[in-house]
Design a protein around this ligand. Structure first.
Ligand code: B16
Ligand code: MG
Length: 216
């Protein structure tokens, strides 16, 4: 039976995608690299380095040192922009759903690719509701590899089959399935249709419904 939930952060509990986008846009403009809001959709859930490599594409050749510098610069812009995140930035349904799960005795972990996940969680004031954190520092291989979610399950002391992953990114659903976990996809079917359950957002999530669907 299901004993744990692993939540992605960006796009699931809060919408930091906009801040990531603005930081990448600023960097791209400075570098004269073409980048748009539409192109940013492809960076959803993708690690910092992979994101930068996707933006660079074949447009320019950079040395490893230049790539490192650009990753740091983008992160500075991002860190500045998340300074003012508050509990009001939790996405609709996130808080009641976390509380519902906790009341049902379900363990909760964070499974985010971000190295800034801890500070975001603290600013959202939900750190006390989370039993374990798997973030951008936890494993080597980024999603769609299962490593991050397997690490989260291990931290919770649970088997993969006892865990449900909640994700908004295609790569995240892939990672959950590769880990042999249950997957709930938030967003359009074109993006997260491979999940066991697809919902528009956490505002539509109810533990009793999910349990009935997955445990039968
Ligand atoms: P950082 P998630 C991901 O968070 C973001 O969706 C993605 O845009 C970002 O590049 C990645 O974290 C790394 O974040 O640069 O802060 O380490 O969706 O896995 O919670
Ligand atoms: Mg995400």
């Amino acid at each position: 039976d299901i004993r744990g939930f692993i939540f992605d952060l960006d796009g699931v509990l809060t919408d930091t995608a906009e801040f990531h986008y603005l930081a990448w846009q600023k960097l791209a403009d400075e570098e004269g690299l073409p980048f748009t809001r539409e192109a940013n959709e492809f960076l959803r859930g993708v690690s910092r380095r992979e994101s930068l490599l996707l933006i660079i594409g074949n447009h320019k050749k950079y040395s490893e040192a230049e790539i490192q510098e650009m990753m740091e610069r983008k992160n500075r812009y991002y860190v500045e922009s998340i300074e003012n995140i508050s509990p009001a930035d939790l996405l609709p349904g996130a808080l009641p759903f976390l509380d519902e799960l906790r009341q049902a005795g379900i363990k909760i972990a964070l499974g985010s690719a971000s190295k800034n996940a801890r500070s975001v969680i603290e600013r959202l004031a939900i750190a006390s509701k989370i039993d374990a954190i798997a973030d951008g520092y936890s494993v080597e291989k980024p999603k769609p590899a299962p490593d991050l979610f397997l690490f989260a399950a291990q931290q919770l002391g649970l088997q993969p089959a006892q865990c449900v992953v909640v994700e908004d990114a295609g790569a995240g659903i892939e990672a959950a399935l590769a880990a042999s976990m249950w997957a709930i996809g938030l967003g359009p079917v074109e993006r997260v249709g491979a999940a066991h359950i697809v919902l528009p957002s956490l505002a539509y999530a109810a533990w009793s419904d999910i349990r009935a669907k997955l445990e039968n």
